[in-house]
Each structure stands twice: as C-alpha cells, then as structure tokens.
Design a protein around this ligand. Structure first.
Ligand code: G3I
Length: 375
C-alpha cells in the first residue's frame, strides 16, 4: 500500500511538478525560434511534413520551411486527385504540380503518396475485366511517374494492402491470406496486383525509390506478414538477376497514440532491417486521446492538460530515441500535420504545434528527447 502511494506521488510529481517548472516557456509561432528540426536531425535522417495548400501560406510556410526538408502530399497526389474521376486517360496535374514545384523551390525533397490504394481512387480504374484493370493500373503508374520524373524522389507504390489488424488468435501469417479482400484492386487482380504495381513503377522510372506503406506496423503480427510479402517479392526479383530490391523501403505510417510502446516500434524496425529493406517513418502523429479516426467536431483542437501534454511529449521522445538509434536504416521521418487544428486527427491533438501554432512540449521532446525523458 505504502509503495503504491509513493509510486503515485512520484508520478504526480514527475508529470505536474517538473513539467511546470522545467519545460521551456517558449511561445509564439516557431519562426521566432532559432531552432530548426532539420538541422538537429541532419546527421540522422531527413525530417518532413505533409504538403497541402494551407501549409504553403502564412505562418505555416515559415514552420514548414524552417523545420522540414522533405514533404509528401496529404491528398493532392492520390489517384482521385491526379486522374480524372470520370474520364480514363485524363489527368489533373495542375494543383499537385503547383505544390510540388513550390516545395522544390524551397529546397525540400518530395516523396509521392500514393499510386495504388483501395481508397481515393476513381472507380473506373478498378472496373472491368482483369485485363482492363491491369491496363488501367499500368497506364496510370506510367503516366504519373513520367510526369514527375526528376521531381519526385520516391513513391508509396502500394498503400495499405493488408487488413487493419491481424488478431492474436490468427496464426496464419502467410501474406496472401491477410490482404484486404474488399480492395477493388484485390477483387480485380488478386494478390498479384502488388508485384505488378512495383514492377511497373520500376520499369517506368528506375531512378525512383519504391515504398510499400501501411499502418499498425508496430503490431508484430502485421509487421511479420508485411515482411513475408516484401521478402518473397524481393527474393523472386533478385533470383532473376536483379541486384536491387524491388520493394526498397517499408513505410511505417506511425499513426500512434500515447499508449504506443516504443519497444514494439523497435522490434518492427529490426524485423524489416533483417530482411534487407530500409524503413521510413512515413506519417507520424501521436494522439493524446483515443478518438478513432473522427477528425472534426466537438473537442477539435481542444484544451489539453499539462499532464496530457507531458505524456505525449514522453511518447514522442521515446520514439525519436528509437529512430535515432536506427538512423542507418531509416530513409526519412515524415509527420502527418503541423498543427492540432488541421490534423486529420484534430480531436486527439496529435501534432507538435497547437492550434495557435505554438510549439508544444511534444516539439521540445523532438528537439531533445533525452532532456524530456530526464525531466
Ligand atoms: O476532396 C473533397 C472535397 O471535394 C469536398 O468538398 C470535401 C468536403 O468534406 O471533402 C474533400 O475530400 C476530403 C479529403 O480528405 C480532401 O480534403 C475527404 O472528405 C476526407 O476524407 C479526406 O481525408 C483524408 C484521408 O486520408 C482520406 O483517406 C485526410 O485528409 C488525409 O490526411 C488522410 O491521409 C491518410 C493517408 O493518405 C494514408 N494513411 C492514413 C492517413 C490518415 O487517414
């Protein structure tokens, strides 16, 4: 009983007491800071954020260009943005081009997101006979990679092909049986659509680095299934005499929460490293409360307590210490949003800046993870 009381007292002191007196009392838009995340991480990995029209204006663009050196578009480079929703063979590159060119002008690298996904894809692409759908996929990948040749460094070729979760009771870790069967690509072409997409992308532009991207990859079963798929496809490709991997990087989306265990993230990074691929932390955010995927409505960009801020900061610090440790295997770390107000998970306040663009404790945790963990 007594031990429990002391532990409780210590926890309250560590979270309330220390954070109140030691947390840097910085405020105001980060452009006033002399600190830049991209400089802090220059010997580790490029660090990035999402590209949207909003983030190229006002105070946002200062934050974006001060702190980040790589971007990926949040929505504008998805198939339902780049391809006409109604007319096969017609493309709308206009708004994505403006974003990409502006990012390049600012000296940021651009990672493409995403070519083959079960969402945000015009229906015509996945409708018709298997031969027609196959042709649609090949034409789309060829057109997009040709259009962005020399401008886009790397692409998420396939996004979220696997089921959301692979339950503990499910012992079947063979990857073909864990694919989303409701994906229109899967329905039309089966499991082989993944290899087709990667082979098409490699042939379309060998200079581009090819990624498989998914979420919940801190779940060891899902990570194992994903590694099994990548290894099988890469082994087959190399057996044909190719020196390079076909799937070169696995993007761990990293939509995390304060309950995320950094040891699981580490174990997954090691699993992917051990099959010879690199890892990207591709869509990082850490929500404070479990709010599901609902982004808007009551509680959006809500008030958070100092304790909540502190716990979130600790999670960010633990994660960045893992990322730093595995820097030789990590291609980039990209965050999914600058501020809590316009995050897709706004109600969970998952970003480094709050709705008024003030850097949060989470920001300082990324600046100096060990300092946050010592506080
Ligand atoms: O484009 C329409 C627009 O025409 C309409 O007026 C407006 C009204 O609501 O909606 C617009 O579409 C929205 C779109 O974002 C563009 O703003 C959709 O409703 C909305 O659902 C969509 O959400 C995006 C979501 O992907 C869709 O799947 C989020 O912004 C985006 O952050 C999110 O990103 C995904 C990654 O691509 C993959 N990994 C998970 C991540 C988070 O869900």
């Amino acid at each position: 009983m007594k031990t429990k009381f002391i532990a409780f007292f210590l926890l309250v002191f560590l979270t309330f007491g220390f954070s109140n007196c030691v947390t840097p009392k910085k405020s105001g838009p980060a452009k006033q800071e002399t600190i830049a995340l991209k400089d802090i991480y220059k010997d580790y990995f490029p660090i990035g954020n999402i590209l949207t029209g909003r983030y190229l204006m006002g105070d946002y663009v200062d934050i974006l260009t001060t702190h980040f050196n790589i971007v990926t578009s949040e929505n504008d480079m998805k198939p339902d943005s780049l391809a006409s929703r109604l007319k096969p063979g017609e493309y709308n590159f206009g708004s994505a081009d403006r974003l990409v060119d502006e990012a390049l002008d600012y000296g940021m690298a651009v990672h493409g997101h995403t070519l083959v996904w079960f969402k945000q894809t015009p229906a015509w692409m996945t409708t018709g006979t298997p031969a027609q759908v196959r042709t649609n996929m090949v034409n789309y990948i060829n057109a997009v990679l040709a259009h962005y040749k020399g401008r886009v460094l790397s692409w998420d070729v396939v996004n979220e092909a696997f089921n959301e979760n692979i339950n503990p009771g499910n012992q079947d870790l063979s990857w073909r049986t864990q694919l989303r069967e409701d994906s229109p690509w899967f329905k039309a072409l089966g499991a082989d659509h993944i290899e087709l997409a990667f082979r098409t992308a490699r042939a379309a532009d060998p200079d581009v680095v090819l990624y498989y991207n998914d979420y919940n990859l801190d779940n060891q079963r899902k990570a194992q299934v994903t590694a099994n798929m990548i290894k099988e496809i890469n082994d087959k490709y190399k057996a044909e005499g190719n020196k390079r991997n076909l799937i070169e990087v696995v993007g761990m989306q990293a939509h995390y929460g304060t309950a995320t265990n950094a040891s699981n993230v580490r174990a997954s990074i090691e699993k992917f490293r051990d099959i010879g691929v690199k890892i990207a932390i591709s869509e990082l955010d850490v929500e404070m409360k479990s709010v599901g995927s609902g982004s808007f409505g009551a509680g959006r960009n809500s008030f958070t307590t100092d304790v909540e801020q502190r716990i979130q900061a600790i999670t960010y610090a633990q994660l960045f210490n893992v990322f730093k440790e595995y820097k030789d295997h990590i291609t980039h770390v990209i965050m999914w949003g600058i501020d809590d107000e316009f995050s897709w998970k706004s109600r969970g306040n998952p970003c480094l800046w709050d709705g008024e663009l003030k850097p949060k404790q989470a920001f300082w945790a990324v600046v100096d993870p060990n300092k946050t963990l010592r506080l």
